[in-house]
Structure formats: structure tokens, C-alpha cells
Design a protein around this ligand. Structure first.
Ligand code: PEP
Ligand code: MN
Length: 331
């Protein structure tokens, strides 16, 4: 059960509500987010929910039987949108387009991608500076100095930044330079990281783990939300299956199912989803038709020279063509 409290609830009324829940035998977690205060109540006993709904100080109450509660669509009318500032939002209407290289590599590279994004009216740029790599000898990103450079160029050009955070200690040093923290597939169940990102007042894009179920993704999202951060987006980025013809299997089902199970915006990552450049546009378009709130893909001036993930990265011409097709679908 989720109880949303009235904004200026009186202490006496709060006490009454807590007393009533305790009497039913439910365990309560108090959650304060940027938007509201909730009591998440866990228990098995059947009772008449009107008993709670009629108490002073209760703004709303819903029964949610899933293991995830606050991210569930069951208690919320409509869908959530995430505000990135300066009129840029994700979720609600239309499809947000997010593009950029796998890794931030140099000032020149960022300048070129930013120019491409501006030409195509794309307002959010992706790019990793802390890169999770299978091999310790592969390029692991430019680090915080790279982020500062990335930030400087994007700020000047009115572009929002999304970049991956890999560990708790990076949150504070990255904070001033990012607009959205990305949690990568490998950290999808790093519960300490999720807890801390829940205490931050910046949007988070949470990717599905490569062997994560939809239920696990939603429970990971619940970690962030229940720590106080409602500015949350889910991302399908492909899962590991027995198939070897491509890098990952983009789970198109997940887009439709997540939109049914959760009120959070759902973003599709076709680049990692299939991992083969020539098929990325087709998967992006399929995800858009399926109801995705946004598409995040990799683009580079010269994909064949990219420091990471070049094999799944579009060049500028391919990217422009995809954007045109996506915009036609939105219309
Ligand atoms: C990335 O976005 O470049 C990335 C590493 O993604 P994922 O965590 O989905 O593999
Ligand atoms: Mn990548």
C-alpha cells in the first residue's frame, strides 16, 4: 500500500496515520521525494483500504501488490515526465532523442558531435567518461577532466549531458557537470550506488542489467525512488541470450511491458540493444512505434575510429536519417 501524505500534514494527523497502519500490522517506510511524501506500507493482512483513505492528512492511498511500489503504474494516474531544465523534458508526449559517442575522446570530437546535434535539433548528448570495459587494457574513459571539457562545450551550446556514473564516490565530483546520471547495465543492481543516487536531486537513467529481468529493473528503480529521487527513467539496452549473430538481443517486449507496469519514462538504447551499426536504425524505429519515450543511440564523426563501440555507432549521415524517420513517426 502507498499512502501519499498531504503537503502540509499536521504532526498529530501523521501520528494517527502511523498508529492506524501499525494496528493493521503493516511495516512502514517513510519516503520524501522532491515532489511529495509517501508512506510505503508492507504487509499481508486484508483490510478495508477506506479506513486509511478517510484519515485526516491522507492525500491519496492505493493498494500495490507488486514488490516494487512507487515506480508502479498502479497508484499513479498517467505517466511521469522528467524535467532536465531549460524546457527539456523526457516522457509525457513525443519521443526524446539522445545521441552522442560511446566515449568522450577529445575536445574536437565533442565539438563535431555538438554541431551535428544542433543541426538536427537534438538537445541531449550522451558520452561516457568513466567507461566499464570488459578488458582492463581497453580505453576506460577520460575521467573527470573529460567531463569538465564535455560540460563546458555543451553548456555553451545549450545541450544537456547524460553520462555514466560507476561508483558512489564519483557522484559528488560529477554532480556539477551532469544533467542526467546514467547507471549502466553492469551497475543495474549495485544497490549502494542506487541508494546514493536516490539522495541526489538530478535525473537518473537506469539501464537494465544484461541478465536482469523486468521485475529486477523495476526493483532497482524502486531503490532510487524510495531514497527520494523521482527524476527517474528506465532504459532497455538489450539482454544476453543464446543468440550470437549480434551483440545483445534488444527486448522489444520490454518497452511495451514497462509502459504497462510503470509510470516512469522508458528509453530504448538500440545501439547496445543489437550492437551492429546497420540494424540500429530499424530497432530504434521499432522501439518508437512500441511506445518508447526516448531513444538513446551512439553517433560519431568517424565510427570506425571511435575509442569504443564503433561497430554499433552511426555516422552523421546515418544519424540524420534516423532522426528524420523518428520525427515522422512522432508526427
Ligand atoms: C554505454 O552506454 O556506453 C554503456 C556502457 O552501456 P551499457 O551499460 O548498456 O552497456
Ligand atoms: Mn557504448
Amino acid at each position: 500500500m502507498i499512502i501519499q501524505l498531504e503537503e502540509k500534514i499536521k504532526p498529530k494527523h501523521r501520528e494517527n496515520i502511523l498508529f492506524a497502519i501499525k494496528n493493521i500490522g503493516y511495516k512502514t517506510t517513510d519516503v520524501k521525494t522532491q515532489k511529495a511524501e509517501y508512506l510505503v506500507c508492507i504487509g499481508k493482512k486484508e483490510f478495508d483500504i477506506r479506513l486509511i483513505g478517510s484519515l485526516d492528512g491522507v492525500a491519496d492511498v492505493h493498494r500495490v501488490s507488486e514488490s516494487y511500489k512507487l515506480v508502479s503504474k498502479k497508484w499513479k494516474v498517467g505517466y511521469s515526465a522528467v524535467d532536465l531544465g531549460d524546457g527539456v523534458t523526457v516522457g509525457g508526449n513525443g519521443i526524446s532523442i539522445i545521441a552522442g559517442p560511446c566515449s568522450i575522446e577529445s575536445e574536437e570530437q565533442v565539438q563535431k558531435v555538438v554541431a551535428h546535434l544542433k543541426e538536427n535539433k537534438i538537445k541531449i548528448m550522451r558520452g561516457g567518461v568513466f567507461k566499464p570495459r570488459s578488458s582492463p587494457y581497453a580505453f576506460r574513459g577520460m575521467g573527470i577532466e573529460g567531463l569538465k571539457m564535455f560540460n563546458k562545450i555543451c553548456r555553451k551550446n545549450g545541450i544537456k549531458i547524460i553520462t555514466e556514473v560507476m561508483q558512489v564516490s564519483q557522484i559528488a565530483e560529477m554532480y556539477d557537470y551532469v544533467d542526467v546520471f546514467q547507471v549502466g547495465a553492469r551497475n543495474s543492481q549495485n544497490f549502494n550506488l542506487l541508494d546514493e543516487l536516490g539522495k541526489v536531486d538530478k535525473p537518473v537513467l537506469l539501464k537494465r542489467g544484461m541478465s536482469g529481468t523486468i521485475d529486477e529493473l523495476l526493483q532497482s528503480a524502486e531503490y532510487i525512488f524510495s531514497n527520494g529521487n523521482e527524476k527517474l527513467m528506465l532504459c532497455e539496452r538489450g539482454i544476453r541470450t543464446y543468440e550470437t549473430a549480434y551483440r545483445n538481443t534488444f527486448d522489444i517486449n520490454a518497452i511495451a511491458v514497462l509502459k504497462e507496469k510503470s509510470h516512469l519514462p522508458v528509453i530504448a538504447d538500440p545501439s547496445h540493444g543489437i550492437g551492429v551499426r546497420e540494424f540500429v536504425p530499424a530497432i530504434a524505429l521499432a522501439a518508437a512505434v512500441c511506445g518508447a519515450d526516448g531513444i538513446i543511440y551512439e553517433v560519431h564523426e568517424k565510427p570506425e575510429e571511435a575509442a569504443s563501440d564503433g561497430q554499433q555507432t552511426l555516422n552523421f549521415a546515418e544519424s540524420a536519417e534516423l532522426v528524420n524517420k523518428l520525427r515522422r513517426i512522432i508526427k
